[in-house]
Ligand binder design. Structure first.
Ligand code: CFM
Length: 542
């Protein structure tokens, strides 16, 4: 602990006082003596001048939540760059099925109004309306999304009016998302905008419940590298009917029928919790946070789901799947563990995955010494879980209240540090229906670092000081690490690999990590701390 304090103090010395004061609030050292997670500042504006790894509201709305809906066409209303650079990089996979033929899948295409100077001066709404007409004539999609970029908000195009008129003209739903990039402090604002629009306009419009005894949705699973398909395979094996994996490989129709499921699973809590909570209030649909990344985490999630339904047959089938799948992959995992065990890792990704991968890395015997998020909120760091019980309609109506009660208590008392003793906190946990408590902070070890909105400088300094064996990170910071001779895995699109979720995903991941760790190339790079600095003579060459 003291060592880590000194490490951080050294890191802060480069900062001016105001920056130091700010950044200190975003970095926490894990102490096992703490009853609850110390307050970490999160979801606040990045200080100008700091190289952050965050994205924008448009990225969160269009790139993350909306664009993966496979049979809707998503228009980027704005300059071509926003459309082009948000095109195809996330690897949210989609495939044809009995209700969506191949020629109705548009999620891999890029549509943009390509706003030019005259459009900025005179307004772009006519161009947008023309584009919708062209799209309908050429593709006949089932629905259209319009996502605004920064200039649209600045010039005041009324995309809502364009969408409304187009809906009437063409008889298909055209939705407007005012997700200008500057809104909020990160992509997180965009998730919220997308959730609100889909909840208000799409969910609840269908009336076809898929056949099955236990019908579920997987919310916040975007099928990166095929993760959602692996989850569907496992869930079907356990006896569930998967109504919708949202929005990875989801169709417009699936989302209209979202409210007809019995339980919402929330895989990414950050980007879709708003829909889970709104559906709980509006339809009484209970939700459960799950994590299908990691073998133990997958097993635990399946067990918790089965508990929700109070069905012995389901519990039995779940245990059979767990036993069969775990036995199948364990020998291969053990081989990879021989390479991975004891290796130190950093995990710095988005708003959800760093925590999910803590579990999978633990399965491989690796230690996560630094973990952080780009844009998560405090509850993502703190972590908590309520397991609902689905018995009858009347019972499920009470669930929103239970959730609220648990949240309120933990936020206002547990997490605001009203000096709760361990006993008080345990009593609180008994009193509220919180029967499973996990999250980034609870899953860390004494002395580990938890960091919010880690910037370029901090990443470099932490690498120099802690010398991890491997870094799990994003597109921009990956190369910082690699130039320092530390292998990095890009955990947004998995460096073109995957799936990494579920049982098959665990094997893929272990294989990739073991290969990365043993790649001889990393030994050929001399990291900066081992380079002998040439004394600076002050003379200019040439
Ligand atoms: Fe959720 Fe995601 Fe994530 Fe996210 Fe993202 Fe992503 Fe992510 Mo990149 S929805 S918060 S906004 S799990 S695109 S699939 S990998 S930053 S940790």
């Amino acid at each position: 602990m003291d060592g880590m304090d000194t490490t951080l103090e050294e890191l802060y010395t480069q900062y001016p006082d105001t920056v130091k004061k700010n950044r200190k609030k975003h970095i926490v050292i894990k102490s096992e003596a703490d009853v609850a997670c110390p307050q970490i500042e999160a979801n606040t504006r990045t200080i100008p001048g700091i190289i952050s790894q965050r994205g924008c509201a448009y990225a969160g709305c269009k790139g993350v939540v909306v664009a993966p809906i496979k049979d809707m066409i998503t228009i980027t209303h704005g300059p071509v760059g926003c459309g082009y650079y948000s095109w195809g990089t996330r690897r949210n996979k989609a495939r044809a099925d009995s209700t969506t033929p191949k020629d109705k899948i548009y999620s891999q295409l890029c549509f943009t109004t390509d706003m030019q100077e005259p459009d900025i001066v005179f307004g772009g709404d006519k161009k947008l309306a023309r584009m919708i007409d062209e799209i309908v004539a050429a593709f006949h999609p089932r629905g259209i999304n319009i996502c605004s970029t920064c200039p649209i908000g600045l010039i005041g195009d009324d995309i809502g009016a364009v969408a409304k008129a187009a809906t009437e003209r063409h008889g298909i739903q055209v939705l407007a998302y005012a997700c200008e990039g500057y809104k909020g402090v990160s992509q997180s604002a965009g998730h919220h905008i997308a959730n609100n629009t889909i909840m208000q306009n799409v969910i609840g419009k269908g009336n076809e419940r898929k056949p099955g005894k236990h019908v579920i949705n997987v919310l916040g699973e975007y099928n990166i590298g095929g993760d959602g398909w692996e989850q569907e395979r496992i869930l079907k094996d356990c006896g569930y009917t998967v109504n919708c994996v949202m929005t990875g490989d989801a169709s417009y129709e699936d989302i209209k029928n979202l409210h007809l499921a019995d339980l919402n699973l929330v895989q990414c809590h950050r980007s879709i919790n708003y829909i889970a909570e709104m559906m709980e209030t509006k339809y009484g649909t209970p939700w459960l946070k799950v994590n299908f990344v990691g073998v133990e985490a997958t097993n635990e999630s399946l067990r918790q789901m089965a508990k929700c339904f109070s069905d012995p047959e389901l519990e039995k089938q779940t245990e059979e799947v767990i036993a069969r799948e775990t036995a199948r992959i364990e020998p291969a995992l053990e081989q990879f563990r021989k390479i991975c065990r004891g290796k130190k890792a950093f995990a710095f990704v988005g708003g959800s995955r760093s925590h999910h991968y803590q579990h999978l890395l633990k399965d491989l015997g690796m230690e996560v010494v630094v973990a952080g998020y780009e844009f998560a909120h405090r509850d993502d760091y703190e972590g908590r879980q309520v397991i609902p019980t689905i018995k009858s309609d009347a019972d499920s109506k009470n669930i929103p209240e239970l959730h609220l009660k648990a949240d309120e208590k933990l936020y206002r008392e547990g997490n605001e540090y009203l000096n709760l003793s361990k006993e008080q906190f345990e009593a609180l946990k008994k009193e509220v229906p919180l029967n499973y408590y996990e999250g980034m902070y609870p899953d860390m070890k004494n002395g580990d670092i938890m960091i919010d909105d880690c910037n370029h400088y901090e990443l470099e300094e932490l690498i120099k000081k802690l010398r991890p064996d491997l870094i799990f990170t994003g597109v921009r910071d990956k190369y910082i690490a690699e130039k320092m001779g530390i292998p990095a895995k890009q955990m947004h699109s998995y460096d073109y690999a995957g799936p990494y979720a579920g049982y098959n995903g665990a094997i893929n991941f272990a294989n990739d990590v073991a290969h990365t760790l043993t790649t001889p190339a990393w030994k050929m790079i001399v990291p900066p701390w081992e380079r002998i600095e040439e004394p600076d003579t002050g003379k200019q060459e040439g």
